[in-house]
Write a protein that binds this ligand. Structure first.
Ligand code: TDX
Length: 366
């Protein structure tokens, strides 16, 4: 097999875990809505899940939903038997660093125990498959660049970078990556892995920087920037990530991992300033003052990683992927989406998360 030429048939039915989440729902909208691939969405529907993010495709005959916890091995085995997928994309995870500081237990359970349980259920299913379908099965584990730790001002993470997770969240994701590789080496399970940079875009749960700033900006509330806002993230538009994941699942080499990044590094304070500039243009404040007057500097996140940057050369070279959106075009689309879809986020603010500070010992400055 030569790189980029897997000779593989693309999967026809994918079991997606965490498909009611931010990245999972983007993947399902792509697979069902554009690619025409059948999907079984396995989601426990925790606080960050939004079934309404699947409204564009949830009436499709290609789409099925199972409300199941990945930690429930018997239930997962039954779903695998019932739907007979030829690929698994594992996106179910607790993903918010600040929540992992407040309560690491859920991260250990979902990200480590959940991945282990899913791997065992899939291994059982795979071993029982007829030989022909067995060689086609693929387990794609979706992970994060945070497993590599924090960069200084120079350099970027490659697939060879040493793991150095520093938060309970990233340590739990690093553990899950190790489990997936171990199941490949030990049992021969056909796996592929990917590690992505910070995603943003429509349907993003408002605990994360960009949607939180857009929503607080619209509502005239203070915009809490941690520390001095100098930390740098590499921003990837979620639909670009979804396309990368499909390329990796359908063409990536078994046992390999691929980094996915937007090649768009921006310090947090500039991210917030750009959100403010877009809000000024698209929905000016009644008093004529810029939204950037709402920026407030608050206590830093404990153990705050300084900089993440992804080198996605391998993915581009082997699988021909590159992002379609720049941070400028993607952010404009994102801010516009939040302005036009207040029903989606107001329902979250009313019940599940009201925008308060998480992951800090300081009383919220909001
Ligand atoms: O209110 C805020 N103010 C602020 O300054 C929030 C919520 C965040 N920040 C800062 C912290 C980070 O430097 O903004 C940056 C981005 O924060 P998050 O949106 O929480 O993302 P991050 O911690 O970078 O982690 C993200 O990228 C990797 C995702 O949440 C992870 O799930 C992913 O794995």
């Amino acid at each position: 097999m030569t790189p980029g030429d897997s000779g593989m048939m693309p999967p026809s039915k994918v079991l997606v875990t965490g498909g009611a989440g931010f990245i999972g729902s983007a993947v399902i909208r792509l697979l069902v809505g554009e690619i025409g691939c059948a999907v079984v969405n396995v989601d426990k529907l925790t606080y960050a899940a939004n079934p309404s993010s699947l409204a564009p495709i949830d009436h499709s005959p290609l789409y099925a939903f199972e409300q199941v916890d990945i930690c429930d091995r018997t239930a997962i085995a039954a779903v695998l038997q019932k739907h007979q997928p030829d690929a698994i994309m594992h996106l179910a995870a607790e993903s918010h660093v600040d929540r992992s500081i407040d309560g690491p237990g859920d991260f250990i359970q979902s990200n480590i125990v959940g991945t282990y349980t899913l791997l065992e259920a899939v291994r059982g299913y795979w071993m029982e498959m007829p030989e022909e379908s067995r060689s086609r099965l693929r387990f794609h584990h979706i992970s994060t660049d945070e497993v590599f730790g924090s960069l200084g001002t120079e350099g970027a993470f490659t697939e060879e970078t040493r793991y150095d997770p520093r938060s309970p969240y990233s340590a739990s994701k690093a553990s899950s990556d190790h489990l997936v590789r171990a199941w490949h080496e030990t049992y021969g399970l056909p796996v592929v892995l990917s590690n992505c940079s910070n995603n943003y875009g429509p349907y993003h749960f408002p605990e994360k920087l960009i949607p939180l700033m857009i929503i607080k900006g619209i509502r005239g509330e203070p915009l809490p920037v941690y520390g001095k806002g100098e930390n740098i993230r590499d921003w990837l538009y979620v639909d670009d990530h979804a396309r990368a994941l499909w390329a990796i699942l359908s063409k990536g080499r078994t046992g390999e991992s691929y980094n996915v990044g937007g090649d768009d590094e921006v310090p947090n304070i500039e991210v917030v300033a750009r959100v403010c500039a877009l809000l000024d243009a698209l929905t000016p404040r009644a008093d004529g003052v810029s939204h950037d007057q709402q920026i407030t500097f608050v206590q830093d996140r404990p153990g705050h990683d300084f900089r993440y940057a992804i080198d996605a050369t391998k993915l581009t070279r082997e699988l021909g992927w590159s992002p379609r959106e720049t941070f400028e075009t993607g952010l404009r689309k994102t801010v516009t989406w939040y302005l036009e879809n207040n029903d989606w986020w107001e329902r979250i603010l009313d019940g599940r998360y009201a925008g308060q500070r998480l992951g800090s010992t300081e009383t919220s400055s909001d």
